[in-house]
Design a protein around this ligand. Structure first.
Ligand code: KG4
Length: 339
């Protein structure tokens, strides 16, 4: 018998709902929040209010698009954390209410595990292009930069992580210094395509083990621009593409250096990317190049499953459903939920 899961995601600034039948996605609806653009970053209170407006229409659409009836749903999976408390509260409260009203089991999902499991989303039941266990996942988003050792769907361990900023923050904060709108990552990616990645050099960290640091790069980038602008007030305008290409190359170099080390140390050659920054075209190309020279088998999720989405919550919920890992109605969201 098949299992139908409703997944709900509201950890940051995307309200999303998705319906799955077993491992196959039937619908995945995402409502983005443009309201934050004017502020150069996500404003938690505005995010929470927008989630409240979006949650019911998004869930309704996800169920309608999936062509299932509410009665067919077997369980509700929701993001418990980590994330913004006001945002998480909306999705959690909705999931609890929906489960209570329809007498369904509730499944809590860790947002970061869900990013890793995005690789198991099938668009049809014959889709068999999933990574084999064990694999390494480079999880890079606006809030995280981690190398995860994934042993099974529900057993994974962080073996390296950032000690300060995340890779996405490095993209976004450097973009802000350049006067680009939020989120800067996709814009840097676009501009970098026209630029010379070797035009400028920025500092790279020396951090132990498989850990990352991006705060030094951000500072070196800020000082570099400040010094150049003293000489030429149009420096950014005249060199935008080269600056973006050089910055992007530096971030990718930092990320890949530790991923190569982790692969060698664990002897794992199944390599996956996850999280919003894995949408970066330069990063995707580099991983493909490295796959050839390191005998890696690589997996990169579809763009729609790299940024926040409820499909990854529903697939995680599905695996937990099979193990009957349910939570009670007194569950509360947790902004700093551990991995
Ligand atoms: O996973 P995500 O949607 O949200 C969380 O952080 O949870 O990731 C968002 C991050 C932002 O920092 C955004 O700038 C970055 O992903 N991002 C990119 C690209 N697309 C999104 N960074 C670089 N290149 C991209 N193409």
């Amino acid at each position: 018998m098949s299992v139908v899961i409703l997944g709900i995601e509201s950890s940051c600034d995307d309200t999303s709902a998705s319906v799955f039948r077993d491992e196959v996605v039937l619908s995945n609806c995402v409502a983005n929040q443009d309201v934050h653009q004017a502020y150069g970053g996500v404003v938690p209170e505005l995010a929470s209010r927008a989630h409240q407006q979006n949650i019911i229409p998004v869930v309704e659409k996800a169920i309608r698009d999936a062509k299932v009836s509410k009665d067919e749903i077997d369980a509700v999976a929701f993001t418990r954390g980590p994330g913004l408390m006001g945002s998480l509260l909306v999705g959690t409260s909705f999931a609890k209410g929906f489960a209570l009203a329809n007498n369904l089991p509730l499944i809590e999902v860790n947002h970061l595990h869900a990013h890793v499991l995005a690789h198991f989303i099938k668009e049809d039941k014959d889709d068999n292009n999933q990574p084999k266990f064990p694999f390494l996942c480079l999880l890079v988003s606006g809030g995280n930069s981690q190398i995860v050792h994934v042993k099974s769907h529900l057993d994974m361990e962080i073996i390296g992580q950032t000690i300060d900023d995340a890779a996405g923050e490095a993209f976004d904060k450097c973009a802000k210094v350049m006067g680009l709108p939020y989120p800067g990552g996709p814009l840097i990616d676009k501009l970098a395509k026209e630029g010379n990645p070797d035009a400028f050099q920025f500092s790279k960290p020396r951090i132990a083990d498989f850990n990352y640091s991006f705060s030094g790069l951000k500072t070196s980038f800020l000082y570099f621009l400040r010094d150049q602008l003293k000489v030429n007030a149009n420096f950014i305008e005249e060199n935008k593409a080269d600056i973006c290409a050089s910055l992007q190359k530096t971030i990718i170099d930092i990320l890949m250096d530790k991923l190569i080390k982790a692969s060698k140390a664990t002897n794992i050659k199944q390599i996956t990317l996850a999280g919003g920054v894995s949408a970066n075209s330069g990063l995707r190309n580099r991983v493909e190049e490295l796959a050839k020279s390191n005998n890696w088998v690589t997996y990169v999720p579809k763009f729609s499953y790299t940024t926040d989405n409820a499909a990854m919550i529903a697939i995680n919920g599905y695996y937990k459903y099979l193990k009957k890992e349910f939570v009670k109605q007194d569950i509360a969201p947790f902004a700093r939920l551990e991995f």
